[in-house]
Design a protein around this ligand. Structure first.
Ligand code: GLN
Length: 536
């Protein structure tokens, strides 16, 4: 078993996660079984309790783990199925160490960062290795070299590499080579310094991946090679992508990173055949059709808050050879300016998941606009809940209908807490989380899109459709096309007399991949395309 450790230098947000995922793609296409893992140095047990402003999207796994959004890249770029073993935070490490201490596992000893914390980190690498039996484990260390909180992780991977010996573990450092406009040059000094910082800890990188806006010329590569102590072929250019993140694997392949990795790890494998990937890229870069879809949310200004939703939309486009342009619409703007001003000309409207009251009325206005103007609508989690509220208010005439999350005293609580959620007071990891079965109703659009009657989808929510209103909804034309197998929970709703009006209590965006677009996103983009073509 071989190990690749990916660290980051100079600044955060360099796309280490993407680099790790793209390397995973290449290695898989060389016939290797790959597992990817992320270590996050913060003290939260998981990102589930963090605001999107702090952390971006929380990516949910089948087993209900709330994880870093880089794990979304791992699942989209490779075939690996991830579990809670694949994301480790300092919070989890300390929680385990302190529990061990109370149980007396270290009886008589002073408990210290080295060896107790570092041992726990190393354990997690071994555990994943055992659990997956993969040929190669790629471990990405979050944060930037030089961060105080990252030190135990760097020490742990240094020790680990020492223990498995040369040829079995390599270090890849992703760094930034800025372009300084005034000088008209790319600068290597920050890279040199961050590599020096790593060496101080005892880690010498084998490969240096240089994130840059402009091409790295030969001279610069030689300079980095010389001062960072790596052969020149191990200085890799990773330029900003022109069109899509799905270019990254091919970019790394052109730089022969996979070849080098395999050589360093003594893995004898054929070159990666990336022709299917090239076809995906062709459809993303030069699609035959185009549609414009609005995403109405609350964290629209943030690049990362709806990452998987944006990705899944582009996958839905791949299925129809259709480029999806996304109009990012702040729900509160709809409250201020009305839906017409912001939503006209859209081929589809999507309301993603969310928490908290801000912007909720704007989302309800967006649903109403989509329903009445017969514009394709896809609602995800909160997007289903607001669709139910809108239907209750404007079709059933239930004034003041709401979710008890936003109005605890509403006369018509069409969305409410289940009894089991009412008892819960602790916030971390206590929502309805992870993969749950959903039974689809024969003859519905959902069943037709999935081509199945029982599916598993990932959840992350507390509130549910209130069954007291089921009959009234059905009589007014709403179809509950997906239910939990015991029939108690509403998972999918649709309006059959609308070109496409479908919403799910779960998060289909977490299961979409470029080579396997999710059926609901495929259906939604298909409907949006039809809407655009009809409008012409
Ligand atoms: N806030 C809603 C709930 O908890 C929806 C959650 C979501 O959209 N992920 O049920």
């Amino acid at each position: 078993m071989k190990f690749i450790f990916i660290t980051g230098g100079v600044i955060s947000s360099l796309g280490k996660g993407l680099t790790a995922a793209a390397l995973g793609t290449l290695l898989e296409n060389r016939g290797l079984r790959v597992a990817l893992q992320k270590f996050d140095p913060y003290l939260n047990v998981d990102p589930g309790t963090m605001s999107p402003y702090q952390h971006g999207e929380v990516y949910v796994l089948d087993d209900g783990a709330e994880t870093d959004l880089d794990l979304g890249h791992y699942e989209r770029f490779t075939h690996t199925k991830l579990t809670r073993l694949n994301n480790l935070t300092s919070g989890q490490v300390y929680q385990t160490v302190l529990n061990n201490e109370r149980e007396g596992k270290y009886l008589g000893k002073t408990v210290q960062v080295i060896p107790h914390v570092t041992d726990e980190i190393k354990n997690r690498i071994r555990l994943l290795a055992e659990h997956t039996g993969a040929d190669v484990i790629i471990t990405e260390i979050g944060g930037t070299t030089g961060d105080i909180e990252g030190l135990p992780f760097l020490e742990a991977i240094r020790e680990f590499a020492h223990e498995v010996g040369p040829g079995n573990a390599i270090f890849m450092h992703v760094t930034y080579v800025p372009f300084i406009k005034a000088a008209g040059e790319l600068k290597t000094k920050p890279t040199q310094q961050s590599v020096a910082k790593l060496r101080e800890i005892g880690i010498t990188p084998h490969i240096i991946v240089c994130r840059c806006e402009r091409p790295l010329d030969k001279e610069l590569r030689q300079k980095i090679s010389m001062f960072c102590n790596v052969p020149v072929e191990a200085v890799v250019e990773e330029k900003d992508v022109d069109h899509t993140i799905y270019e990254v694997p091919l970019m790394l392949q052109r730089e022969r990173v996979d070849e080098l990795v395999c050589r360093l790890l003594r893995l004898d494998t054929p070159p990666a055949n990336m022709s299917h990937w090239q076809e995906i890229l062709r459809k993303l870069i030069a699609p035959q059709h185009r549609v414009r879809i609005g995403v109405v949310g609350k964290y629209i200004g943030l690049q990362d808050a709806y990452k998987s939703v944006y990705e899944a939309l582009s996958h839905g486009g791949i299925a129809h050879d259709c480029g999806v342009e996304i109009a990012r619409i702040e729900a509160e703007e709809i409250e201020k300016h009305g839906p017409e001003a912001l939503l006209k000309d859209l081929a589809g409207i999507l309301v993603p998941g969310g928490f908290g009251e801000r912007g909720i009325e704007g989302k309800i206005l967006a649903v109403r606009y989509a329903r009445e103007r017969r514009i394709p609508y896809l609602g995800l989690c909160l997007g289903m809940q607001v669709a139910c509220i809108e239907f209750a208010r404007h079709v059933l005439g239930l004034d003041g209908a709401h979710s008890t999350e936003f109005d605890p005293d509403t006369p018509h609580p069409v969305i409410a807490l289940l009894d089991e959620q009412r008892q819960i007071t602790r916030k971390g990891g206590t929502m309805r989380l992870g993969a749950q079965p959903c039974q689809l109703k024969v003859g519905t659009r959902a069943a037709q899109l999935y081509g199945a009657f029982l599916v598993q989808e990932r959840h992350r929510h507390r509130y549910e459709f209130n069954n007291a209103y089921r009959e009234a909804f059905e009589q007014a034309g709403m179809v509950f096309s997906g239910l939990s197998p015991d029939g108690k929970l509403v998972e999918l709703i649709e309006l059959p007399d609308h070109p496409f009006f479908l919403a799910s209590q779960f998060h289909p965006e977490f299961l979409s991949k470029p080579h396997q677009p999710h059926p609901l996103f495929r259906g939604f983009v298909g409907a949006a395309l039809l809407h655009t073509q009809k409008g012409r």
